[in-house]
Design a protein around this ligand. Structure first.
Ligand SMILES: [Ca+2]
Ligand SMILES: [Ca+2]
Length: 252
């Protein structure tokens, strides 16, 4: 009987020690949870395309390994992985590149896109459907003689990369013509804070300039004073930051 009591006392003591150990260890475990990769989509470039067209996009971000598909907020989009055209690669997929087909009935405006990959689905990023002709920015376009020629009613997909990047575009304008230049930045999840200016070619003083028309999107509006070549200049305000996440859509 006495041995039974002693055994019970030992068991109670042991249970107490275990409880103290558990309490001591539990907070330590809570402070160090296992870290799993978390897919983060930072850039998709170009960040949009013309309705009814197919556009090749490149995605960038973190933990996007084995990206197999893009998931859009509207059913009008279809994404297909891009295959390497090199016959020696036997049709292997090119990492992080997709052909996005935008059906003709897809609404014009800003949609969301996410990436599906090895570690699950990413955060959303904006993807814009436009109704103008789209072109990619062609660097170098850093000074007036290098200005990239565009037609009116064009959307240019560009980036301020690196921070000191200056982007010039030129178009032919007629006296009395009204021109609206819009530069989408924060509305499409870009970090850019663009300063946009419009010049008559050969005159260093801008005829219109804008920054932060709405949030960090810029819009300027001008009646053209003469038949001439015109220049649009896009920079990051104060030139302190830039990079792939400083993309924009400039519509002229
Ligand atoms: Ca640029
Ligand atoms: Ca440039």
């Amino acid at each position: 009987m006495r041995r039974t009591h002693r055994l019970a006392a030992v068991l109670v003591h042991f249970a107490g020690v275990l409880s103290i150990l558990w309490l001591a260890l539990a907070p330590a475990q809570a402070q160090n949870p296992p870290v799993y990769p978390s897919p983060r989509l930072l850039t998709i470039f170009p960040p949009g395309g013309k309705v009814g067209s197919t556009v090749e996009v490149t995605i960038g971000g973190l933990d996007l390994e084995e990206a197999t598909d893009l998931y859009f907020s509207h059913p009008g989009f279809k994404a297909a992985r891009v295959r390497d055209p090199d016959p020696n690669k036997q049709g292997q997929f090119v990492a992080n590149k997709f052909n996005v087909t935008i059906a003709p009935e897809t609404p014009i405006g800003i949609h969301d896109v996410r990436v599906i990959g090895k570690y699950g689905i990413s955060n959303p990023r904006a993807f814009v459907v436009g109704d103008l002709v789209e072109v990619a920015e062609k660097e170098p376009n850093n000074d007036v003689p290098q200005a990239q020629k565009v037609d009116l009613n064009t959307t240019i997909n560009g980036a301020v990369n690196p921070n000191t990047d200056v982007d010039y575009f030129s178009f032919a304008g007629k006296q009395g013509q009204r021109v609206v230049v819009s530069c989408q930045a924060s509305s499409i999840d870009s970090r850019l804070d663009p300063q946009v200016q419009l010049f008559v070619a050969g005159n260093p003083h801008p005829i219109a300039s804008n920054r932060r028309y709405q949030h960090r999107d810029a819009v300027l509006d001008a009646i053209l004073p003469t038949d001439s070549e015109y220049l649009v200049r896009v920079v990051q305000h104060t030139h302190l930051v830039g990079g792939p996440e400083y993309f924009y859509r400039l519509s002229v």
